[in-house]
Ligand binder design. Structure first.
Ligand code: PGA
Ligand code: ZN
Length: 431
């Protein structure tokens, strides 16, 4: 067969409905009112759209969100560099499109194109392909038998870089409902938990005005241990009231507390400094005292060894790397070799494309890690991570409890659970 005949054959066999006709990018705003970009992908038979989230406590190993930090540059790049290459290609060929995005950028950290441009094009393409086939995104990505709904891990009290003033030093005090019969039941328990903690805070902090941080978590004027006591009390009450076993988790976001000059973790609110050994003791005591189910980034992002030490000490608690791994395969591989954790946060825009996030997730799962699909502190109302959590078989989704940009994901999972009907199953956790 001549190459011309071969091409013709390929075109005839190709599903033309998924051929990309147009790609456009525009500037919109995220939940913090910061500029971000949204990408529309139009195929012959469908339409997809995705917008990029933003971190406030970003890992150093993440890809660069925007060229020179400028959103407009990323938008120009989509128009001038990406669209001409992608128009005419098949949106079904996700891996090839993601590879092409890497080639167009030509660097390891998407500094030319902007990682968030890569993210929105990659997700927008998958969204358009799914729509062209008349399927929901998770079904398109994972097939008919993808039926496990993740457990919602939600932020209830916030501090650190997600809030200001005299809030706790620890960035996130989280609730994880276990053994709920359905996602709706778990989401309801989380909402009750958030409300209950609010009522406790109004008593504990006389200056409290219902203030909330970036992810909808309460931002009170209390210390770390006081926050943990309140979370514990809410666990008891809400577990009894709802019949769902609520457990506490923490995201220390320790890179934000680490002073490389002083070689210690500085807790300004609690007026304490802890070196690495003290930090290990402090964290392991918290795990024990508060029966923590989950601890994220307890050490700064270069300290794989302390992570490994804690993981060995803490038995069933999930020790999770966020900034530590930055959804990056090499960093995760290094962590797996050292036994640095038993869980990994998956934030697609930390690494750029859907294919990269998928590869990192598979590597984590192969090593027995629990994978957690996660939002960022700056979000749009996009619902893609709800679908990615099911498609990538993540047993936990971390996406807040209240607030429009968080609830959009929760509600999408409620709809998905309804759509799956009898086939829906809550993912099991080894806790
Ligand atoms: P972000 O961090 O502000 O970078 O999104 C949230 C987190 O640490 O989990
Ligand atoms: Zn984190």
């Amino acid at each position: 067969m001549s190459s011309e005949e071969g091409d013709k054959h390929k075109i005839e066999r190709m599903d033309v409905s998924t051929v990309i006709e147009d790609i456009t990018a525009r500037k919109i705003f995220n939940s913090r009112g910061e500029e971000t970009l949204e990408v529309d992908v139009t195929t012959l038979a469908g339409f997809g759209r995705a917008s990029a989230p933003a971190g406030a406590s970003k890992g150093k190993a993440e890809v660069i969100s925007y060229p020179q930090g400028i959103v407009d540059r990323a938008i120009e790049n989509v128009a001038n560099l990406v669209a001409p290459e992608l128009i005419g290609r098949n949106a079904d060929e996700q891996e090839e499109i993601d590879l092409l995005l890497h080639e167009i950028d030509g660097t390891a950290d998407f500094r030319n194109l902007g990682g968030n441009a890569a993210y929105a094009v990659s997700l927008g393409t998958a969204d358009a392909a799914a729509a062209s086939h008349g399927m929901s995104l998770f079904e398109y990505l994972a097939g008919y038998f993808a039926n496990e709904i993740p457990n919602p891990l939600g932020n209830v009290i916030g501090g650190g870089k997600h809030a200001h003033g005299k809030t706790p030093d620890i960035q996130e005090f989280l609730v994880l409902p276990l053994k709920a019969n359905s996602f709706s039941e778990a989401a309801k328990a989380n909402a009750s938990f958030h409300r209950k903690v609010g009522s406790f805070l109004r008593k504990a902090d006389k200056s409290f005005t219902n203030g909330r941080g970036d992810e909808g978590a309460w931002a009170p004027n209390i210390g770390n241990e006081e926050a943990l006591e309140i979370m514990s009390k809410a666990c008891e009450v809400v577990s009894k009231e709802t019949g769902v076993d609520c457990r506490v988790g923490l995201d220390i976001a320790a890179s934000s507390l680490w002073s490389s000059k002083e070689k210690c973790y500085v807790y300004p609110r609690d007026r304490v400094k802890r070196d690495s050994e003290d930090q290990i003791d402090f964290i392991s005591q918290l795990v024990e005292r508060y029966n923590l189910a989950y601890i994220e980034d307890p050490f700064h992002e270069q300290d794989f060894r302390s992570f490994a030490q804690l993981t060995k000490m803490t038995g069933k608690c999930l020790v999770c790397g966020d900034d530590l791994f930055a959804t990056n395969m090499e960093r995760l591989g290094h962590g797996i070799e050292l036994g640095a954790a038993n869980a990994a946060i998956i934030k697609t825009n930390q690494v750029g494309t859907l294919t990269d996030a998928w590869k990192t997730t598979k590597l984590a799962q192969k090593a027995g890690y629990t994978t957690i699909m996660s939002h960022r502190s700056g979000e749009t109302t996009d619902t893609h991570i709800a679908h990615l959590s099911i498609a990538l078989h993540c047993p936990i989704i971390k996406t807040g409890v209240i607030g429009g940009t968080r609830i959009s994901k929760i509600n999408e999972l409620i709809r998905t659970e309804e759509m799956l009907g009898e086939r829906a199953k809550m993912a099991t956790l080894r806790l």
